[in-house]
Design a binder for this molecule. Structure first.
Ligand code: NDP
Ligand code: 2IT
Length: 447
């Protein structure tokens, strides 16, 4: 791989050799190592204690069989994963993804990102991720419940309030967290609220956790705009996806005076120049779990099957769907259309080529590990409330989220300044997250 200094290049080669075929994990590691040249030059103690090599090796990786019975009485077998990546700062923390594309390389990329993201929040949480190749699409509630129960029947022995605290991610929302928590409670005979986050408001959940990732991404973008003397007012915004992150990003953009003119799902995208009708979108995508074509039909909006939502001209782009969904070609189209800011609501949605093109064109780029950290930060606030048997108001929790996003924004910029790359949020986020975890690892010894 080009661009890495010699020591970091050797570490990257070792990661490739030891983790064959895990392309998304390789990409996530390269993206971080690419920022660390000046850090290892300035702080030789990190290399001496093999901190980076230890960081690239998960502390524990669990892979298990998930057998369950579908509505037709057939036995189904899925594969479950939990990668407990790094616990230097706190219990492993990170979501569970249920999607047919899930394999070890995806879980490890997400777990690796999560280490630095969680460090950036300033809250005491380590990094982990899990999931399954289970596809919830077209499955009945009963099937989803039996799958979640089977998944937790193995997972329960590895997790706990002080050990590892899963939450949602793609394909895992409030419904799934409920079934997972129910099975954990049943097996352990303990009401251990802090073992999962994203719980329902009536049984240990936190206000704002559902909205937090989307809201947080928009708060972060608003900080970028404010730092340049600008605002969302009157801006055209394109958001990809129409799941948990996308929907609440759209809600907050509209609250702050911008207009979301397009969004998408895995089957196509809609263009809605009047501004996306959020209640309708929530009904179609969150309640009915239907396709976005139904939104277009009911709204009378323009629908494009397949195609790229990034073809829709905008001032601000918020990719909120999935990894590598915005490539070099899309970046070039966005740059030509005048897009000035890109903030990642999803994890690693922009390909390395897209990120390079944005940098060359002077487009401000906010990486997911900073811009989408509001979800996990609010999970940590949920853990705080569970630990103190308290529950905070929506306003208080949202203010905490806004303050945390403000803090992450400033920390990225300050670190970027300190290392001579002013305005580079990606490098600032990588270095600030890395140094926090690395210093804790040094303090804890070689473990
Ligand atoms: P959801 O399952 O709620 O929604 C995912 C959305 O993305 C759906 O609209 C889905 O379409 C769409 N999508 C998935 N794959 C593709 C694709 N290949 N092309 C176009 N659209 C696609 O997941 P979330 O909103 O929770 O997660 C979205 C992203 O945000 C992920 O990268 C996740 O890791 C990240 N994230 C999530 C956090 C959270 O708190 N939930 C926190 C931080 C990051 P369809 O409906 O057709 O499947
Ligand atoms: O990618 C992420 O940060 C999440 N899916 C949220 C994790 C969490 O523990 O809330």
């Amino acid at each position: 791989m080009p661009g890495l200094d010699e020591k970091l290049h050797d570490i990257h080669e070792e990661v490739l050799r030891r983790n064959p075929g895990e392309t998304e994990f390789h990409q996530a590691v390269h993206e971080v190592l690419d920022s660390l040249g000046p850090v290892v030059a300035k702080h030789p103690q990190y290399a001496d204690a093999a901190v980076i090599r230890r960081l690239c090796e998960p502390e524990r990786q669990i892979i298990f069989r998930v057998p369950w019975i579908d509505d037709a009485g057939q036995v189904q077998i899925n594969r479950g994963f939990r990668v407990e990546f790094n616990s230097a700062l706190g219990p492993y923390k990170g979501g569970l993804r249920f999607h047919p594309t899930v394999y070890l390389g995806i879980v490890k990329f997400l777990g690796f990102e999560q280490i630095f993201k969680n460090a950036l929040t300033g809250l005491p949480i380590g990094g982990g991720k899990g999931g399954s190749d289970f596809d919830p699409k077209g499955r009945s509630d009963g099937e989803v419940m039996r799958f979640c129960q089977a998944f937790m029947t193995e997972l329960y022995r590895h997790i706990g309030e002080y050990t590892d605290v899963p939450a949602g991610d793609t394909g895992v929302g409030g419904r799934e967290i409920g079934y997972l928590f129910g099975q954990y409670k049943r097996i352990t005979n303990r009401y251990e609220s802090g073992v999962l986050t994203g719980k329902g408001l009536g049984w240990g959940g936190s206000q704002v956790r559902t909205e937090a990732t989307g809201y947080g991404t928009v708060f972060f973008t608003d900080e970028i705009l404010k730092s340049r003397g600008e605002s969302f007012d009157g801006r055209r915004v394109v958001v990809s996806g129409s799941g948990n992150v996308a929907v609440y990003a759209i809600e907050k953009v509209h609250e702050l005076g911008g207009t979301v003119v397009a969004c998408s799902d895995s089957t196509g995208y809609v263009v809605d120049d009047k501004g996306v009708d959020l209640e309708l979108l929530k009904d179609v995508k969150l309640n009915r779990r239907a396709r976005i074509a139904e939104y277009a039909e009911r709204r009378g909006a323009h629908y494009v099957e397949d195609g790229s939502v990034w073809d829709v001209p905008c001032d601000i782009a918020l990719p909120c769907a999935t990894q590598n969904e915005l490539n070099g070609r899309d970046a070039a189209v966005l740059i030509r259309s005048g897009c000035a800011v890109v903030a990642e609501g999803a994890n690693m949605p922009c390909t390395p080529e897209a990120v390079r093109l944005f940098a060359e064109a002077g487009v401000v780029f906010a990486p997911g590990k900073a811009a989408n950290a509001g979800g996990v930060a609010t999970s940590a606030l949920e853990m705080q409330q569970n630990a103190s048997r308290d529950s905070w108001s929506f306003e208080h929790t949202e203010q905490r989220l806004a303050d945390i996003m403000h803090g992450i924004h400033d920390r990225c910029l300050e670190t970027a300044d300190e290392y001579g790359v002013p305005g580079n949020y990606a490098v600032g986020a990588n270095i600030a997250g890395f140094t926090q975890v690395a210093d804790a690892m040094l303090a804890l010894g070689v473990i």
